[in-house]
Design a protein around this ligand. Structure first.
Ligand code: G3H
Ligand code: ZN
Length: 291
C-alpha cells in the first residue's frame, strides 16, 4: 500500500533498523521492489531521480508506483520519494504529483545559498504535509559508475550540518560521511563523523551511496542510527548484467518479457538481501502483530 514516508520512517526509528530507499528506473525495478517488500515483510521507499522521471515521465511513474503499491504490495507499506531534486521547480512538480517526500539537493552551493533554497522548499512542502530531505557536503560519484577509485571523497563539516538542520527545519538529512555514488574501492563510512552528527542532529539520517559499502560497515551504521540507506547502482548492475547474459543466451528470443523477467528476479534478490542487512525484513508483520 502507498503510505506517507513519515509513517514508515518513524516505525524504523522506533525499531532501530534502517529502510532501504531503492532507485527505480523502469517498470521492472518498481515491480522488483514491491515483490521483494512483500516477500521480506518489509516496508520500502521507492525513489526516483530527475533522470528517471525524464525517462519514464512524472505522471506515468507516479501512477505506476501507486498502482503497484496498491495491487502488488497491498500487504506492506511503500513510500514514494524524489531523490536529488536539483531545483525548486523539480521538487514542486513532485509535490504536486503526490510524492510524500522530496530531496532538495543544493549541496553544491555555498552553505548560505543551500540553506536559503532549502528553506523555500520546506515552506511550500510543509504547507502540503510533504517531508523534505536536505543535503550538506555534496556526495560525489554517480549512480551506475563502477570505476575502481574516486580521486577524493570530501566530507561534510558537522557544525555545518547542525546549522543547516536548525535553520531549514528539514525533516530528514543527508550528509557526506565517506560514501560515494556508484561502487568505488575507496568509499567508506567515517564513523566518528556520523557519531558527531547523530549526537546533535535528531532528525532521521540518510546514507547515500549505499552500493559498494561493506556489509559489516552498513550494519554498524544502522546501529549508529542511520535510518534510511539509498541503493541505486547495485540494482542497475543486477538489471544490466542479467539482461546482457539473458540476451546472449537467447539470441533468437522474440518476446521481450522472456528477456526481462529474469532481471526482475535478479533485482528482487538484491533488494531482499539489502532488507535483511538493513534490518527492515520481517518488521512489518511483527509490528502489526504487536498493535
Ligand atoms: O541517491 C542515490 C543513492 O545515493 C544511490 O547510491 O548508487 O551508490 O547505491 P548508489
Ligand atoms: Zn544519493
Amino acid at each position: 500500500m502507498l503510505v506517507h514516508i513519515k509513517d514508515i520512517v518513524r516505525e524504523a526509528q522506533k525499531g532501530g533498523y534502517a529502510l532501504g530507499a531503492f532507485n527505480v528506473t523502469n517498470l521492472e525495478s518498481i515491480l522488483a521492489v514491491a515483490r521483494a517488500a512483500v516477500k521480506a515483510n518489509s516496508a520500502a521507499i521507492i525513489q526516483v531521480s530527475e533522470s528517471a522521471i525524464k525517462y519514464m515521465g512524472l505522471k506515468p511513474v507516479t501512477h505506476i508506483v501507486s498502482t503497484v503499491a496498491k495491487n502488488v504490495a497491498a500487504a506492506v507499506p511503500i513510500a514514494l520519494h524524489l531523490d536529488h531534486g536539483s531545483s525548486f521547480d523539480a521538487v514542486f512538480e513532485c509535490i504536486n504529483a503526490g510524492f510524500t517526500s522530496v530531496h532538495i539537493d543544493a549541496s553544491s552551493l555555498p552553505l548560505d545559498e543551500n540553506i536559503n533554497l532549502t528553506k523555500q522548499v520546506v515552506k511550500v512542502a510543509h504547507a502540503r504535509r510533504v517531508w523534505v530531505q536536505g543535503e550538506v557536503g555534496a556526495i560525489v560519484g554517480s549512480p551506475g559508475d563502477i570505476s575502481a577509485r574516486l580521486k577524493a571523497i570530501p566530507l561534510a563539516k558537522p557544525e555545518e550540518v547542525i546549522k543547516f538542520v536548525k535553520e531549514t527545519k528539514v525533516d530528514t538529512i543527508a550528509a557526506a560521511i565517506g560514501t560515494a555514488h556508484g561502487v568505488h574501492a575507496n568509499e567508506d563510512i567515517v564513523f566518528s563523523l556520523l557519531k558527531a552528527i547523530k549526537k546533535q542532529v535528531k532528525i532521521p539520517f540518510i546514507l547515500h551511496g549505499g552500493s559498494g559499502v561493506a556489509d559489516s560497515k552498513i550494519k554498524k551504521a544502522v546501529k549508529e542510527g542511520v535510518n534510511i540507506i539509498n541503493v541505486g547502482t547495485d540494482l542497475k548492475v543486477a538489471f544490466c548484467q542479467t539482461l546482457i547474459n539473458t540476451c546472449l543466451k537467447n539470441k533468437k528470443e522474440t518476446d521481450p518479457r522472456n528477456l526481462l523477467k529474469p532481471t526482475i528476479a535478479a533485482m528482487e534478490k538484491t533488494i531482499m538481501e539489502k532488507m535483511k542487512l538493513f534490518g527492515s525484513a520481517g518488521r512489518y508483520r511483527a509490528a502489526k502483530m504487536e498493535t
